[in-house]
Write a protein that binds this ligand. Sequence first.
Ligand code: KET
Length: 400
Amino acid sequence: MYQHLPVYAGDPILSLHEAFMADPRPNKVSLSIGLYFDEQGRLPVLDSVRQADKKLREQERPSGYLPIEGAPDYRAAVQKLVFGADSAAVAEGRIATIQGVGGSGAIRIGADFIKSFMPGSDVWVSDPTWDNHESLMQGAGLKVARYPYYDADSNGLRYDEMLAFFARLPAGSVVLMQPCCHNPTGIDLSKAQWSGVIQVMKDGGLVPFLDMAYQGFGEGIEEDAWAVRAMVEAGLCPLVTNSFSKNFSLYGERCGGLSVVCPSADEADRVLGQLKAGIRRVYSSPPLHGERLVAAVLDTPALHQQWVAEVKDMRERIKRMRVLLAERLTAGLPGMSVDFLTEQHGMFSYTGLTSDEVDTLREKHGIYLVRSGRMCVAGLNEGNVQAVADALIVVLRARS
Ligand code: KET
């Protein structure tokens, strides 16, 4: 009956994680999937989340269905976090926000919405981008293509080319960008560069789709949302997805959001209604427990403050690991510039390693990176960084 089905080649990120989990070598190191590990190499349970969880379990609240669009307090908390506590657009009721099943589910609902209500709009993603961006958009029946972003020669941004490219796109084109901690390159735009993008988008009638999966892992929770807020203040109407997988360490709870900024409150009501219709026919309503945890933390001032501090600790540990790895590499490879490691932002670094070199690291040294050369630096710790540096030095020396 299913003989004609092609064999699934596997996902470039999730399959590697499965292989890592099955690898019996005790000294294996996971630098592939975007998971934040603590100094002991464990997925952290944040203290703010632990306290919220304890309180919730004591309350023994029943598990009824949530509304299609998600819990009202959670949706309000998403708006505040993404758009800022003093956002005029939030106060004016111009933003339609739904709870997402993770950031991924939110992107898919956004993609379905574009397919239904923005006929003829193609989606443009950065070259390169998170692999699943393309799949999620294509899964909704949208046409996806890439705009220039990463410059391998300078390990930097092809900013002028990107801007010129945007200027040529037809009005109504959807441009997917990441406001902070670009996955997979770690290369973000400066504020001045974002301002240039905003101007071109306004002039050309482009629609920004901002996917923010790492808020707080770049420069700070408020700082990382700067581009989102600048776009809204400039009068653009972005679709914005966010995820709590990483900054709450709640990967499996599947907590995210989709917010569609609209010109008016009336349009936001219409959009929310159609998002609800879209959700009802896919998964009907979102899951409950993770959403309660996030809302409890964000809405309880003491827990919120504690969470901000915990995100800061994670961010600073990632930065320390970047510095440590750069130091160890420079010691073993004098003359080779690894400045890019400390210049990039967030969990990921694009190392420039070839897929063959990545295969060698995995097969010979038990060190897992994505085959594109993407390294999740949040998997490094004081205990494994020297081993990772040593293996990288061996692989890089073999080049010449
Ligand atoms: N957007 C981006 C840019 C992103 O990197 C991820 C996850 C998501 C959305 C999805 O988040 P979630 O809330 O888990 O649905 N990225 C990591 C995990 C994955 O591939 O699923 C990764 O790149 O390793």
